[in-house]
Design a protein around this ligand. Structure first.
Ligand code: ZN
Ligand code: ZN
Ligand code: ZN
Length: 222
């Protein structure tokens, strides 16, 4: 049995039964935890997760790696599907995400924290749209803002080729050079994430300029 690191998990026997755990200690642990009786269920679920990324998300509040779980209720349509939840035992936050659906890695805010996802509540054409912002409370927010691609919405489905960062231009703001591996096409963007840079290139995300996004933030009521 392998943990999310792809390393052999450790078997631990307790009076409550046998469990499989990541053999690395915190903070390097991938939070893998699997009761022995769920072993085959987890192995299938882990393969579903690996086939889609595999991205290990971090919960918004604790900024800690989330714990993978599997839908164990046979009567549920989603039986066997893996999902991630907050790994904190005492005070878990509400973080929840399917693990077998392709989610782009979250961008970092200016504090270097993983941005959290919020929904536009204000009435208007952007109502219901998801965006990334600083996970800190409003007073401590660094003002980071970026629209999130809605991969559930078929109108926003985009085929993402394999995009690699191939260079950086020492301009102000700094621009990264990206190349689409399949076609050799190159383009530049101020975005640090190759997927987001490509989304911007094809017009799915607005052009990011490190100074321009502050104005957009003020339009949003969260
Ligand atoms: Zn691990
Ligand atoms: Zn949490
Ligand atoms: Zn921040």
């Amino acid at each position: 049995m392998e943990c999310l690191h792809g390393l052999p998990a450790s078997a631990v026997s307790t009076k409550n039964g046998k469990f499989w755990l990541c053999n690395r200690n915190k903070p390097k642990s991938c939070e893998f935890f699997c009761p022995d009786q769920d072993r085959s269920l987890f192995e299938t679920a882990m393969a579903m997760w690996r086939a889609n990324g595999p991205i290990h998300p971090v919960c918004d509040t604790h900024q800690r790696l989330a714990r993978m779980k599997v839908v164990k209720d046979v009567s549920k349509l989603n039986f066997g599907r893996p999902f991630f939840v907050c790994c904190d035992r005492e005070n878990p936050c509400k973080f929840w995400q399917w693990a077998d659906r392709h989610e782009l890695p979250k961008p970092k805010c200016r504090h270097g924290l993983n941005a959290c996802v919020r929904k536009v509540k204000k009435e208007g054409e952007n109502q219901g749209r998801l965006f990334f912002c600083c996970p800190n409370e409003r007073e401590k927010s660094c003002g980071f803002f970026e629209w999130k691609l809605d991969l559930e919405n078929p109108f926003n489905q985009v085929h993402f080729p394999h995009v690699e960062r191939v260079g950086i231009l020492q301009s102000n703001p700094a621009l990264y050079t990206y190349m689409v591996a399949e076609t050799g096409l190159t383009f530049t963007s101020a975005r640090e994430n190759p997927h987001d840079a490509y989304a911007e290139y094809i017009g799915e995300l607005p052009i990011f300029s490190p100074t321009g996004d502050m104005e957009q933030l003020s339009l949003i009521d969260y």
